[in-house]
Design a protein around this ligand. Sequence first.
Ligand SMILES: *Cc1c(COP(=O)(O)O)cnc(C)c1O
Length: 364
Amino acid sequence: MWPPIRPELAGIEPYGAPQLDVPVQLNVNENPYGPSEDCLCDIAASVAQAAVDLNRYPDRELVELRAGLADYLHRDVPSVRVDPAQVWAANGSNEVMQQLLQAFGGPGRTVISFAPTYSMYPEYARNTHTEWVAGAREADFSLDLDKARALVEEVRPSVVLLPSPNNPTGTALPPAAIRALCEAVGDEGIVVVDEAYGEFRRTGTPSAIEMLGDHRNLVVTRTMSKAFAAAGLRLGYLVADRAICDAVRVVRLPYHLSAVSQATALAALRHADELLANVDALRAERDRLVSWLRAEGYEVADSDANYCLFGRFADRHAVWQGLLDRGVLIRETGPEGWLRVSVGTPDEMAAFKAALTEVKGERA
Ligand SMILES: *Cc1c(COP(=O)(O)O)cnc(C)c1O
């Protein structure tokens, strides 16, 4: 066999949602609003400044960026103030999570999550030779705590991956579930709460960041890709006990985050108010979308994110294709029978609703 790739990787297609050039793109949970003129100018000037020293390697320890992210977290969760030494960043939270698995997973160790969940998790496990075990969620996509605890007792995982809100279902976890799993895992492992969509949580849904002081094995990951409207930047981060950050620093490649990325992220953080200004509008649009879909007779999972999972369809692929034929790209992912749609601008939502109504009429 050529090339002599690891046998478990042979014949596998690289992960990725279809990137199709259609007018309405509601398939990868991006923020539909781009940066303002002001923000663009600040980014351009900051990158120019970083370029002056481009012959030198960047700050390997990301000191200024980690401080900026710590300040930002205080703004999102005012009751908590973390030290910059508790923050770590990489090229997207995907890289952060793979680094966590490199440091805490590995041969002879196990990572668990609860399906249906983010399709990248088994790939981090495979890439780091960590055994992957998927528990199951209930019919409403919540976790049964007794079953979850029983799985932890049985498997003794080194890493538990808990997206909240979950992708693709949009379901947030109650604090009691996170506490119970942190306690069940204890000092043998870490519990990673993936809050990629944390800023979209509904009023009254707390962030796991509030629990960091109570559980030293808790890690919360965040990203600038979604609420922060900077998917193209590739900047994700974690907040945890500083000993966990220090462990990740052992496995990171030297200078993994370029000077250009660091400068861009710092500039974007200076414009946080403006980049996040549309989050409330998107949350309201999400709630309207859920209500509309339910009124149309669809089943919709409760969502704390900027997307929702709806169904059920006997032939979801045909519905996905029908929407695509009308210029609307959504995502065929998650459990059989369901589709996921991201929340876009009011115009994009109108196009989605019109297209879905047509497809439904055609198939009735
Ligand atoms: C989008 C997403 C991420 C973020 O990935 P980045 O690498 O930061 O862009 C992480 N986790 C989940 C569940 C996601 O859906």
